[in-house]
Design a binder for this molecule. Structure first.
Ligand code: AKG
Length: 266
């Protein structure tokens, strides 16, 4: 493909993605990601997940790795991925400003043993735990494995990004004392159970199924979840959260591998 043609198709793809993102709170970004870099990142995530390091999180009560966090801070392949123009252009277009990496993680969801993520909104964590002023951020997901109906794909409720943060009236104004509660299957800021039935009735659900390399982006306030992995196939997904450089958190005290303190623009 000639450079000019590529520029044009990229602009069209970005415009389409921005339209979908505004309307439904998420979009698929139909832009091929360099296969060699993605393969390298996948291999590094597999290697890092076998190390006994604080940023490797395990499924509750087991030694099965659930996720690895923040390796863009020291691993060259992961650092190259978060700086790739494809992802940064998408993030800047969806947020409308310069961006930096707020969070980087791979959720591994091992075959048969990977556990659920209850219904939640990411901004509830960023607001309450870190003091992020507003939801001027976006999470870009890249499938490392195929995500299909039976291995616990991400699912979102279209349009719920417009609802703001959903709190229960009885919610206590406390922050969690242990960051592990923010990444376990027993989430600290899940959507209140009494609201879920109504949300499921009122908002259509979309599932992010797709081959390795599929890129999707979703809004910080969209209500989303995923189920246990009932299949023999691992479902590993990379999540890179880009934040506006004008929206740095006011009291980020969680570990650096969970909330990157480096807010310089990419
Ligand atoms: O990995 C998943 O299925 C869901 C991840 C998620 O919702 C999150 O990390 O906020």
């Amino acid at each position: 493909m000639s450079p000019v043609k590529n520029e044009v198709s990229n602009a069209d793809t970005l415009t389409r993605a921005a339209f979908d993102y505004q309307n439904q709170g998420w979009c698929e970004y139909r832009q091929p990601f360099p296969a060699d870099l993605l393969a390298e990142v996948k291999q590094r995530i597999e290697e890092i997940s076998r190390l006994r390091q604080p940023e490797v999180v395990y499924e509750d009560g087991s030694d099965v790795a659930r996720g690895v966090h923040g390796c863009h801070r020291y691993d060259e392949a992961c650092a190259a991925l978060v700086r790739s123009r494809i992802l940064v252009d998408l993030a800047e277009t969806l947020i409308g400003s310069r961006v930096y990496v707020y969070q980087f993680k791979a959720n591994i969801k091992a075959a048969r043993e990977g556990r659920e993520w209850p219904w939640h909104q990411d901004f509830a964590f960023w607001l309450h735990e870190d003091g992020m002023p507003s939801p001027d951020a976006v999470t870009i997901a890249i499938n490392l494995d195929e995500a299909h109906e039976s291995n616990g794909p991400l699912r979102v409720l279209d349009g719920t990004h417009r609802l703001g943060v959903l709190e229960s009236v009885s919610r206590k104004e406390n922050r969690t004392s242990n960051w592990k509660d923010d990444v376990s299957s027993n989430l600290s800021h899940a959507v209140p159970p009494e609201l879920i039935g109504g949300l499921l009735a009122d908002y259509p659900m979309s599932q992010f199924t797709g081959l390795p390399g599929t890129i999707t982006a979703f809004h910080p306030c969209i209500v989303h979840s995923s189920s246990n992995n009932h299949s023999n196939d691992r479902r590993s997904i990379l999540f890179v959260t880009y934040n506006s450089v004008d929206n740095a958190p006011t009291h980020a005290t969680r570990p650096d591998f969970l909330v990157d303190p480096d807010t310089s623009p990419l």
